[in-house]
Ligand binder design. Structure first.
Ligand SMILES: Nc1ncnc2c1ncn2[C@@H]1O[C@H](COP(=O)(O)OS(=O)(=O)O)[C@@H](OP(=O)(O)O)[C@H]1O
Length: 368
């Protein structure tokens, strides 16, 4: 038994019981004090935005606008390097992170901005150079693009247009909203669905030599599953007869003209722009001039924004002003391809009738 001054006039109780009660009492008291403290607004962890006339909000928006998306792109490219090591899902994850950035940023920006459905979409093709093109376009102040691949028109269509719109970054009146999902170009249902959203949607396709594209696709798969069969054995049903397995997706995707037929059932050719994946590497500024013209934008992204990195073998992005280090796409872009017997490549290049019978798609050779 112990003496308790508080309970002196009442009882004499076992000390452990008193201690327990005191402990509970103290906790409740602390909680009450904390709640009162919160009620008067001192415990908020969220910064409170200043909306006053001299406050930073409009200023911040203007600053963001001046910065255009270069700053965001720089971060994005850094993220890309970080996330690269996580494998090919990287693209979407990095994009999602960026999308969140965009949304979060725009949430604290100009209230005249709103989320809009894209007016232009990079619809393909996988491994064509779609990420590079999107990142190049994001340098343009009149473009707001979602970094993630939304896969709305192929995988998420049942979620509805409002879901899709929500994914987009906020944009102001003069800005174009864009996204890229390379699988759209080869997915049967997509042309009609995009047409239903807006028949005026501008469509961009980055194409690349179909055999190199197939090898790139194969290289990506092999990076995740090193035990897959050789490129040659996947390509041919019967190698000596030169019979190609056109059901293999790596081959299928490269049958550009066949897929184009479906798009032309809904859109006029003028609404599609074919960008050369090769020229995007050898002459990014020239190819970007074509893209900006097609989108009806000022030619803001020019040679000043590119720096060819000989070690990487690709153009990287740089700020025209200042001496900051150029930012390159991550390791999953520009992988080393396996050596493929030139005879095999030739056989695939000269492949079968279905491609030949479709509309011809001529991609000019890069000017050297
Ligand atoms: N500037 C720059 N930096 C790095 N890589 C570049 C660049 N421009 C085009 N490319 C080529 O882009 C190829 C990847 O294409 P995608 O971005 O369309 O791939 S994906 O479908 O999104 O996975 C990628 O293919 P691989 O070389 O086979 O990795 C690159 O050749």
């Amino acid at each position: 038994m112990e003496y308790s001054p508080i309970l002196h006039s009442l009882h004499v109780v076992p000390s452990s019981h008193v201690k327990n009660k005191l402990f509970v009492f103290c906790i409740m008291l602390s909680l009450w004090v904390y709640m009162i403290y919160c009620c008067v607004g001192y415990c908020s962890t969220v910064p409170i935005l200043t909306y006053g006339p001299a406050g930073g909000r409009e200023g911040d928006a203007a600053a963001d606008h001046r910065e255009t998306s270069l700053g965001a792109s720089r971060d994005l490219l850094n993220n890309e390097n970080d996330l690269d090591s996580r494998g090919e899902e990287w693209d979407e994850m990095r994009g999602e992170a960026k999308a969140l950035d965009d949304n979060a940023m725009s949430g604290s920006l100009n209230e005249s901005e709103s989320k809009k459905l894209p007016q232009a979409i990079i619809i393909g093709v996988k491994k064509g150079g779609t990420r590079a093109l999107l990142e190049f376009l994001r340098l343009h102040p009149d473009i707001r693009a979602v970094g993630a691949e939304p896969h709305f028109f192929d995988r998420n269509y049942d979620k509805g247009l409002e879901w899709y719109r929500e994914l987009m970054p906020k944009s102001s009146e003069g800005q174009l909203t864009m996204e890229k999902t390379p699988s759209y170009y080869v997915t049967k249902e997509v042309p009609a669905r995009i047409y239903t959203m807006s028949k005026d949607t501008k469509l961009i396709v980055v194409v690349r030599d179909p055999v190199t594209r197939a090898i790139s696709d194969y290289t990506q798969t092999r990076s995740k599953k090193p035990d897959i069969p050789s490129f040659e054995s996947l390509t041919f049903k019967n190698m000596s007869a030169g019979l190609i397995d056109t059901t293999w997706s790596a081959v299928q995707i490269g049958m550009y003209a066949k897929h184009l037929e479906r798009w032309l059932q809904h859109f006029p050719m003028e609404q599609l722009l074919f960008v050369s994946g090769e020229r995007l590497i050898s002459d990014p500024a020239g190819e970007m001039a074509r893209v900006q013209d097609f989108l009806g934008l000022r030619r803001v992204v020019t040679e000043k924004h590119f720096h060819f990195n000989p070690a990487k073998g690709f153009p990287c992005l740089k700020r025209p002003e200042g001496n900051s280090k150029p930012h390159c796409l991550g390791k999953t872009k520009g992988r080393t391809h396996p050596n493929i017997d030139p005879q095999v490549s030739n056989k695939v290049h000269n492949r079968d009738a279905p491609v030949r019978s479709g509309p011809r798609l001529t991609i000019e050779k890069p000017v050297t």
